[in-house]
Design a protein around this ligand. Structure first.
Ligand code: MRU
Length: 341
C-alpha cells in the first residue's frame, strides 16, 4: 500500500516524514521506523499540523503492528504516542481508531488498512472543507491567515489554506497576508513555501503587524485552522489566533475557523477544558534552525511563558467551515449536540 502527501510518504514497510523544521531551505525526509521515534518527530514539530500529526502517528503504528504480535503491547504503545502533543485532538482520534481496531481483531493487516483509511479520509475531508469554504470567498478578497494549515499540515490540500488554494484556482483573484507566527514561524517558513509553490499572491507580515494591516489595508476575511474545537464552538489554535479574532471584531472583519470533523471534540464542553501545550522556554529566548542558533534572552533570570495555543471563544467566530458545511454559532452547537448523542 502506497500513499503520498506533501509531508508524508508511506510505502508498505517505509514511512518518510518531511522534516518541517528545516523548511523552506532544506527538504530532508526522515525515515521513521518506530512509534518511539515518531513521538520525538511529533514533539519536535518535524511533523506538525493537527491532521498530519494524526495521520503520521497512525502510519507509524501500522509499521509497528508488523513486528508486534501482542495487542495489549500495541495498545500501550498507542496510548504512549497520544502524549506526544496534548492539544491536537486529531492525534487522539487517529489512535483511538487503531485501538478500537486492535481490540476488535488485532492483525497487522487490519491495522494498516485502518491507518490507510485515516489517511484517505483526511484527503476527502480537506477537499470538502475547501469546497465549502471557497464558496464564501468573493472576487478580489484579501484574506489574512495564521500558522500553516496547508498540504504540509494534512494528508490533503489543507484546511484554511486549502480554501485559499481552491478560491485561487477558481480565479477569484485573491491576495493573502501571512502572519509569520512566532515563536516557531510556521507562517514565515511553511505557509510562504506553500503559497509560492501554488502561485498565490501574498505578503508576509510579522504577527504584530496584523492590527495595522486591518486598519490601513483591505482585509476581508481572516481564516485559520484549529487543533481542537469544543462542543460549544470555542476552539484552540496556534498562539496569536485569539488576538486576531478580537481585532476582527473591532474592525468588523469576518473571522472563520476551518477544520475537519476529526478536530471537533464532542467530549469537550468548552474551550476552558482544552489542554494547552506548554513548550520549551528557549523558543522565546532565541531561534534555532537551519540558520543556526541565536539567543537574545538569558537562560537564568528570564522566566518565559510559552503556551503553544490559545482559545478563541465562539462569540468571536463568524463561521465554522467543516467538511460537512458552514455553521454559525447556533448550528455548530446543534451539530455537536446531535453527533454526541
Ligand atoms: O504547532 P503546530 O504547528 O502543530 O500548530 C498548527 C496549527 O495551529 C494549525 O492551525 C492547526 O493544527 C490546523 S492544521 C490544518
Amino acid at each position: 500500500m502506497k500513499r503520498e502527501a506533501l509531508s508524508i510518504k508511506y510505502d508498505h514497510d517505509r514511512l518518510l516524514i518531511l522534516d518541517q523544521t528545516l523548511l523552506p531551505f532544506e527538504e530532508n525526509w526522515i525515515n521513521v521506523t518506530h512509534p518511539d521515534q515518531m513521538f520525538e518527530v511529533i514533539k519536535q514539530l518535524k511533523v506538525r499540523g493537527a491532521p498530519a500529526i494524526g495521520v503520521s502517528a497512525a502510519l507509524s503504528m501500522a509499521l509497528f503492528a508488523k513486528s508486534e504480535m501482542n495487542a495489549d503491547d500495541f495498545i500501550a504503545k498507542a496510548n504512549h504516542l497520544r502524549q506526544s502533543r496534548p492539544t491536537a485532538v486529531n492525534l487522539m482520534y487517529a489512535l483511538d481508531r487503531l485501538i478500537a481496531t486492535a481490540k476488535e481483531n488485532y492483525s497487522a493487516e487490519f491495522i494498516e488498512n485502518e491507518a490507510i483509511e485515516i489517511f484517505d479520509d483526511d484527503v476527502q475531508l480537506c477537499d470538502s472543507i475547501a469546497n465549502h469554504g471557497a464558496a464564501l470567498i468573493n472576487q478580489g478578497d484579501v484574506i489574512l491567515t495564521h500558522c500553516n494549515t496547508g498540504g504540509l499540515a494534512t494528508a490533503g490540500v489543507g484546511t484554511a489554506l486549502g480554501i485559499i488554494h481552491k478560491a485561487h484556482t477558481q480565479g477569484k483573484g485573491i491576495h493573502v497576508y501571512v502572519d509569520e507566527t512566532r515563536p516557531l514561524l510556521q507562517g514565515g517558513r511553511l505557509t510562504t513555501w506553500e503559497l509560492e509553490k501554488l502561485g498565490i499572491p501574498f505578503n508576509l507580515i510579522c504577527d504584530n503587524m496584523a492590527g495595522m494591516v486591518m486598519q490601513r489595508k483591505k482585509v476581508d476575511k481572516v481564516i485559520v485552522g484549529s487543533d481542537r474545537i469544543a462542543a460549544n464552538g470555542d476552539f484552540a489554535n496556534k498562539i496569536g489566533t485569539y488576538a486576531l479574532a478580537v481585532m476582527c471584531k473591532h474592525h468588523n472583519i469576518d473571522f472563520y475557523v476551518a477544520a475537519p470533523m476529526t478536530t471537533v471534540d464532542m467530549d469537550c464542553p468548552s474551550g476552558k477544558h482544552i489542554p494547552i501545550e506548554q513548550r520549551d522556554p528557549f523558543e522565546l529566548k532565541g531561534v534555532r534552525g537551519h540558520y543556526g542558533e541565536i539567543q537574545w534572552a538569558k537562560d537564568e533570570g528570564v522566566d518565559a511563558y510559552n503556551p503553544a495555543f490559545d482559545v478563541t471563544p465562539a462569540e468571536l467566530v463568524t463561521g465554522w467551515i467543516l467538511d460537512t458545511g458552514v455553521y454559525d454559532r447556533e448550528t455548530i452547537k446543534k451539530l455537536c449536540a446531535v453527533v454526541s448523542v
